[in-house]
Design a protein around this ligand. Structure first.
Ligand SMILES: Nc1nc2c(ncn2[C@@H]2O[C@H](COP(=O)(O)OP(=O)(O)OP(=O)(O)O)[C@@H](O)[C@H]2O)c(=O)[nH]1
Ligand SMILES: [Mg+2]
Length: 195
């Protein structure tokens, strides 16, 4: 997998041209979005921090995997602790328009903290995305920080969210499954899709 940093945009008005299939990465501040980017790409491309709300910019990364290119859009983390009814209010109108109108987004990845699986703000985000998602788009939930759970807690979470994936950026667990799932969603099932 080759990764190229393309751009940090302070606002969505400065987004890159929509020339490739895109994945939009969403998650609450501190959920481990930057860490996930690093473990997913196996490169130190994003800054990890213990202060929530670090990533304020919209970062565009070009990924080349098995000869196929796509763009990963790393969106600013939303409402740390704060519960917001309206994502428009939380993120601003421009980001809302971007998510709704960007035709080349094929996949929304929603990162959730395995220790806090049922936060209202995360449920709101799912509801929000589903309210406008097109037929050619998918939503993938990935729980982070599973190293913080006991085996039994993880088993329960998997039972509750059978379609989700589960990772530890710290222990590099579940990353291969994420790569396989993404390539299946973007390019379809393929016998040659070896991770
Ligand atoms: N135990 C554990 N800690 C993690 C994991 N992923 C991230 N962290 C920690 O969680 C904190 C936040 O990680 P970041 O990757 O910076 O989170 P972020 O979502 O990018 O945060 P902001 O950009 O500030 O919104 C850091 O202290 C990370 O080391 C994980 O899988 N397991
Ligand atoms: Mg970050």
């Amino acid at each position: 997998m080759k990764v190229k940093f393309l751009k940090s945009a302070p606002s969505i008005k400065e987004a890159i041209e929509p020339n490739f299939t895109e994945i939009a990465l969403l998650g609450r501040s501190n959920v481990g979005k930057s860490s996930f980017l690093n473990s997913f790409t196996n490169q130190k491309i994003a800054k990890v921090s213990s202060t929530p709300g670090k990533t304020k910019l919209i970062n565009f990364f070009e990924i080349e995997d098995d000869g196929k290119k796509y763009v990963l859009v790393d969106l600013p983390g939303f409402g740390y602790a704060k519960v917001s009814k309206s994502m428009v209010k939380d993120w601003g109108k421009n980001l809302d328009e971007f998510l709704k109108n960007r035709f080349n987004i094929k996949l929304f990845i929603h990162l959730r903290d395995a220790r806090h699986p049922d936060l209202e703000i995360d449920n709101n985000v799912d509801e929000y995305l589903k309210s406008f998602m097109r037929k050619d788009q998918q939503l993938l939930t990935i729980f982070t920080k599973i190293d913080k759970l006991k085996q039994s807690e993880l088993a329960k979470l998997k039972q509750k969210y059978p379609d989700a994936l589960f990772v530890s950026n710290l222990k590099k667990r579940g990353i291969k499954e994420v790569r396989e799932k993404i390539s299946e969603i973007l390019w379809g099932k393929n016998e040659n899709n070896k991770a």
